[in-house]
Write a protein that binds this ligand. Structure first.
Ligand SMILES: NC(=O)c1ccc[n+]([C@@H]2O[C@H](COP(=O)([O-])OP(=O)(O)OC[C@H]3O[C@@H](n4cnc5c(N)ncnc54)[C@H](OP(=O)(O)O)[C@@H]3O)[C@@H](O)[C@H]2O)c1
Length: 255
């Protein structure tokens, strides 16, 4: 049985990855901070799909959590989903700098370190995949959040190119860039979502379907949903300053 390690596996997109991969026959390593939710998720998936489920209680904003996650990844995983992430409540200068740094640690340092831990074993075995969950915000201007997600895209593209010769295309690294998805994300960040039009919303299981399909097809950047493919495509033709002015405000109200 192949094994997948998913960070942030108890809610939203991570939980959707966990269900889908269990249904596909993957054994799972589920990582998050809340032990009770992790244990319940692991039990539910084991009971429903008869796969092995292991839990790893770890805070990816802490050195201890990062080391524990790296150690488990180095033992061997076939698919790594770097998904854990969050939004801070407010725009730059309205958020404590320590919270912005925590975001960089979870969105960037954890992604870098776990990818670094996963790839040598995958290359040696001649197969494997890393999905780094970025965001459509990577292509917009959206404070530290957008900047961290742009890093995830650029990092995934760079690593994918760097390993291409050694992995002969059998080890894949991909950035997954969803737009607005119904999850716990906005509530946790105390963002009000009332102004976001219905057509802009995606469902987590559809995002996961698109991501896994694009990984199989060998895409390095996956953008789920026709509406986001169009918006991001058009955005590339619009002057960067205008994109910045529009996207730094849209859908960015806090309760
Ligand atoms: N929802 C959207 O609209 C959207 C759009 C684009 C991209 N994304 C990205 O998608 C990813 C998943 O977000 P989501 O919307 O599914 O959010 P969510 O529903 O709030 O779930 C977040 C998950 O990450 C875990 N987590 C948060 N901080 C963590 C930490 N420091 N260490 C370990 N685990 C942590 C949470 O569990 P614990 O609290 O128990 O740790 C939870 O399992 C994020 O990277 C986010 O930036 C989301």
């Amino acid at each position: 049985m192949p094994t997948a390690l998913i960070t942030g596996a108890t809610a939203g997109i991570g939980a959707a990855f966990a269900s889908r991969l269990a249904a596909d026959g993957f054994d799972l390593v589920l990582l998050a901070r809340n032990e009770e939710r992790l244990t319940q998720t692991a039990k539910d998936l084991h009971d429903k799909y008869a796969v092995n489920t292991e839990v790893l209680v770890a805070d990816l904003a802490s050195e201890e959590g990062l080391v524990a996650a790296e150690e488990r990844v180095r033992k061997g995983v076939d698919l790594l989903v770097n998904n854990a992430g969050f939004g801070n409540r407010g725009t730059f200068l309205n958020v404590p700098v320590s919270d912005e740094l925590t975001m960089l640690r979870v969105h960037c340092e954890a992604v870098l370190r776990l990818t670094y831990a996963a790839l040598p074993g995958m290359i040696e075995r001649g197969r494997g995949g890393v999905i780094n969950v970025s965001s459509a915000a990577a292509f917009a201007t959206r404070g530290t959040y957008g900047a961290s997600k742009a890093w995830v895209v650029s990092f995934s593209q760079g690593v994918s190119a760097d390993i291409a010769g050694r992995s002969k295309g059998n080890v894949k690294v991909m950035a997954l860039c969803p737009g607005f998805v119904h999850t716990e994300f906005h509530e946790r960040a105390q963002m009000s979502t009332g102004d976001i039009p219905g057509f802009m919303w995606l469902e987590a299981d559809k995002v996961v379907d698109a991501g896994l399909r694009d990984l199989r097809r060998g895409l390095v950047v996956s953008i789920p949903g026709a509406q986001y493919k169009a918006i991001i495509g058009v955005g590339k033709l619009v002057p960067r300053r205008l994109v910045g002015r529009l996207s730094s405000r849209a859908g960015r109200k806090y309760d």
